[in-house]
Ligand binder design. Structure first.
Ligand SMILES: [Zn+2]
Length: 340
């Protein structure tokens, strides 16, 4: 009689266990059958009403039933845990084939690219890069560079003055004065930086960048200047680029020259870029004026110098064929992207 009851309980329990699909249901079944007041435990409690002969039989029946139920429960428990693990693996897996959202990355402004290219060429020729202040004393910007008091460039219409003797430097040549006053020759430097003049049109901006070059040594001549600039032009523009000197005048060099390049677009035949002349004006240069050397504490009988000043915007406009400098300053990435 009891054995039939127990068999029924076990069957029911196994059936419920098989249907259970989560750990919560398994726990409910455990309590229902094996708990303190569970069905199988209750059968065991009835042992006290049985005869001494029946007691061991009932005990064995209950133990067997318990074993069967526990086995079924633990088997189902493992299956459920395994399933949970599988579900987790599927839900947490990454689809590496999924294409990612495109993000725009920034790039250097074309003027920075040009500036770096120019500096790289001069560094390759043994030049050292020097920096100087953008707010400068009138002395370093004008006086020490042999620019007389009445020179038009000293006018407030051509220079941004901050006070009577302080201004926004109008040329990176000011840096060469600092270097000559503190460094013993031989000197071979390039000084890149921003300079300021009150001009604003398609080919002029109130702020633009220059790279000043200076060589001071016992024997440097105009022909060294020519070979340095020739090497630069061939590296920066193309191997077939020619350089031409035209006489000019700057207060800080004597003799002074304007340096032209043969037009890369037409090869010298004449086109709209070179205004039909076959040549493009690139920079100003010359042999350092003895007055500048004296002012910087160098004996002009012992030392000679050559200097040149390259406009970064000018070089960029020629190289990229851009006619309006302001395009390089505007933040239109459709234009800027083309020069990366
Ligand atoms: Zn041309």
């Amino acid at each position: 009689m009891i054995s039939e009851t127990i068999d029924g309980i076990v069957l029911r329990c196994i059936e419920e266990t098989t249907c259970a699909d989560d750990m919560q249901k398994i726990n409910v079944i455990k309590v229902k059958y094996l708990g303190k007041n569970g069905e199988i435990t209750s059968v065991l409690k009835s042992i006290k009403d049985a005869t001494p002969e029946e007691r061991p039989k009932i005990g064995k029946l209950v133990n067997d039933a318990r074993e069967k139920v526990e086995l079924a429960l633990s088997k189902r428990e493992n299956e459920i845990k395994e399933q949970i693990k599988k579900d987790k693996l599927i839900s947490e897996s990454l689809d590496v084939t999924l294409s990612k959202k495109r993000t725009e990355t920034g790039g250097l402004n074309p003027l920075s690219i040009i500036k770096n290219d120019i500096l790289d060429i001069f560094i390759g020729m043994g030049f050292e890069v020097k920096d100087g202040p953008e707010i400068e004393f009138e002395y370093y910007n004008f006086t020490a560079l042999n620019i007389p008091k009445d020179h038009p460039s000293r006018n407030s219409s051509d220079t941004f003055y901050i006070s009577d003797d302080l201004l926004l430097r109008t040329q990176t040549s000011a840096v060469q004065v600092h270097v000559m006053k503190t460094q013993k020759p031989p000197i071979r430097i390039v000084c890149p930086g921003k300079v300021y003049r009150p001009d604003d049109d398609a080919t002029h901006s109130p702020m633009f960048q220059q790279i000043e070059g200076l060589v001071i040594d016992k024997r440097v001549t105009l022909s060294d200047l020519k070979s340095i600039l020739d090497e630069f032009a061939k590296s920066f523009f193309s191997a077939s680029t020619k350089v031409r000197f035209r006489p000019s005048h700057f207060p800080f060099t004597e003799p002074s020259v304007e340096v032209d390049l043969s037009c890369n677009k037409c090869g010298g035949a004449g086109c709209n870029l070179c205004k039909r002349t076959g040549w493009i004006e690139l920079l100003g240069a010359g042999v350092v004026h003895p007055n500048v050397l004296i002012e910087c504490g160098l004996d002009p009988n012992e030392y000679k110098g050559i200097a040149f000043g390259i406009g970064v915007e000018r070089a960029a406009m020629i190289k990229f064929g851009v006619h309006d400098m302001r395009l390089l300053f505007d933040n239109d990435i459709r234009i800027l992207k083309q020069f990366r």
